[in-house]
Design a protein around this ligand. Structure first.
Ligand code: DX5
Ligand code: ZN
Length: 221
């Protein structure tokens, strides 16, 4: 099985020590840093904004995979682009103008991502596949780390994988929520290329490097 990229979610790290968290996952061999931006409206939780992204940009060389769980993401594209986001992912449920927002992200030289909540049909993402660099399948209801993986997400991953391959589109296919060493192989087999993991990485008693080794050996098996 092809090895996926790993994007630890700093939502499960100590917010008072986020620079240390990104340095630790970079040393541990992570590929990207997943940055969960929440506004207290689109999801019932609040995290941080563009300044945190700008400050994290100075702390690591890894790509910053910024997941915007915010209403009206179109109003924030410039600020997250200025902050140094590598990928900027919006929710299809959150924007009044999905094509325009994706084009604005790419227009700023940032890779554009599109995601959908567990209850949102995959059909809402399919029309946008040629306008994005990343498709993100949510496998929990967004807002909090440490939730249980929703199995129905695998069908969405397979549907998006089939649509991408049918059109030979080079788009990263990422899965976020409840991803653990014991389900990682199934998620990759369904067609995912990037795995987000928060609690499995930052709450491993042996640290992020040991956690990443568990993921990699589970996928190689
Ligand atoms: C959920 C976030 C996830 C979260 C995943 O709203 O988008 O990125 O950090 O956490 P785990 O891996 O613990 O489910
Ligand atoms: Zn996320």
């Amino acid at each position: 099985m092809a090895e996926p990229k790993f994007a630890p979610s700093i939502l499960s790290a100590d917010f008072a020590r986020l620079a240390d968290a990104v340095i630790a996952v970079e040393r541990a061999g992570a590929d990207w840093v997943h940055v969960d931006v929440m506004d207290g409206h689109f999801v019932p939780n609040l995290t941080f904004g563009p300044k945190m992204v700008a400050d994290l940009r100075k702390a690591t060389r890894l790509p910053l995979d910024v997941h915007l769980m915010i209403e009206r993401p179109e109003e924030w594209v410039d600020r997250y682009a200025d902050a140094g986001a590598t990928y900027l992912t919006i929710h299809v449920e959150a924007s009044r103008d999905v094509p325009g927002t994706l084009a604005a992200i790419r227009g700023r030289g940032v890779r554009a991502g599109l995601t959908l909540n567990p209850e949102t049909p995959v059909d809402l993402a399919l029309p946008h596949l040629s306008s994005i660099d990343l498709a993100l399948v949510m496998s929990v209801h967004p807002g909090f780390g440490g939730q249980k993986f929703i199995e129905g997400a695998l069908d969405k991953v397979r549907a998006i994988r089939a649509a991408l391959d049918a059109r030979s589109l080079q788009v990263e296919l990422e899965v976020d929520g409840g991803v653990k060493p014991d389900n990682a192989a199934r998620i990759v087999a369904a067609g995912a290329t990037v795995l987000v993991a928060g609690s499995a990485i930052f709450e491993d008693p042996n640290g992020p490097a040991a956690a990443l080794r568990k993921f990699k050996s589970a996928i190689r098996r």
